[in-house]
Write a protein that binds this ligand. Structure first.
Ligand code: NAI
Length: 301
């Protein structure tokens, strides 16, 4: 198969002034993409702003012979999201790829989390990805082509102490991507999610001895593949880091059917737990209709 190339493709990458996003920007530009490097340039807790981070990534791309522009808007408002996509269409005439990567942390145990730490984390991760993706979706729909990538986290998919705000936002992104994959299907728009693990400024104090094995560049190959034309996958989630690439999925067990018209007692549910929980023969629904059809089949015997 041919090399993965991005000639004539335009990629918007949020939070690409450092960490994981910067590696995506560099690799996509090496492979021919024109890149909008978005970064607000604040601290990892979401305070402050600085143009230097996005500018530095652009300087590196340009020095290597690539094409990129910097954008310093925050993803966290509808106006910011619109301005980021407008920067792409004004300069390069189109948008083919959106990598929603910008992020911050405000970790605290659930009992102690103040509303403002919920607000800002939802605004940047969940609403930010929504605000950037919505105007991009309109352009992609028009062009009949698009690739979205969302950045979730194991903290949201599997749970982690002290990250109720972050986990809720990150899980929300899986839901958003799933809907875009359903709504985008007929326009050749694909949408997938990664839950990465890598040594960046966000995690350097958290990874301990594992840090040395977790260069962000280990995540880049999967991201580059997922946003390529060669990738037909959609509605998927992957765990990625340190050179390991793995599928994460939401499955549905065959479950227990109480019988036509039967309204079982709670005790009957308890007594059938083993069957309800048994993962043998599970399915992976691609949308709500897939799930409904399985229920309908049982209801109709
Ligand atoms: P990072 O802190 O190096 O990168 C995040 C970037 O987003 C920063 O450059 C920051 O300036 C930018 N940013 C923050 N708020 C913004 C806003 N409102 N508008 C535009 N840009 C903004 O951290 P890292 O690790 O590279 O994170 C990238 C993504 O990966 C984040 O979404 C993070 O939550 C996610 N992630 C990272 C993990 C890891 O192990 N590094 C684990 C799980 C998820």
């Amino acid at each position: 198969m041919s090399d993965i190339r991005f000639d004539n493709r335009v990629a918007v990458i949020t939070g690409a002034g450092g960490g994981l996003g910067k590696t995506y920007a560099l690799e996509l530009s090496r492979r021919g993409a024109k890149v909008v490097v978005n970064d607000l340039g604040g601290k990892h807790d979401g305070t402050g702003a600085n143009t230097s981070m996005a500018n530095a990534t652009v300087a590196e791309i340009t020095a290597a012979g690539g094409t990129a522009i910097a954008n310093h808007d925050s993803v966290a408002t509808p106006a910011g999201g619109a301005a980021i996509i407008k920067a792409a269409t004004d300069t390069f005439g189109r948008v083919d790829i959106v990598i929603n990567n910008a992020g911050i942390l405000r970790d605290k145990s659930f009992a102690k989390l103040p509303p403002e730490d919920l607000e800002i984390v939802l605004n940047v991760h969940l609403k930010g990805a929504f605000f950037v993706s919505q105007p991009a979706f309109a352009v992609m729909k028009e062009n009949g082509y698009g690739r979205f990538l969302f950045t979730a986290s194991a903290a949201g998919i599997f749970g982690n102490f002290g990250q109720s705000n972050y986990g809720a936002a990150k899980s929300g992104l899986v839901g958003l991507s799933n809907v875009l994959s359903v709504e985008g299907a007929k326009y050749n728009i694909r949408s997938n999610v990664i839950a990465p693990i890598a040594r960046t400024r966000m995690t350097e104090d958290l990874l301990g001895p594992l840090a040395a094995a977790l260069d962000p560049e280990f995540v880049t190959p999967l991201v580059v593949y997922l946003v390529s034309q060669q990738c037909e996958l959609t509605h998927e989630v992957f765990s990625v880091g340190g050179g390991r690439f793995a599928r994460v999925f939401t499955g549905l067990t065959p479950g227990w059917y109480a019988g036509k018209g039967v309204r079982p007692a709670p005790e009957a549910v308890r007594d059938h737990l083993a069957q309800i929980m048994n993962t043998d023969g599970y399915t992976i629904p691609k949308n709500v209709t897939d799930e409904m059809m399985l229920l309908v089949a049982q209801l109709q015997g």
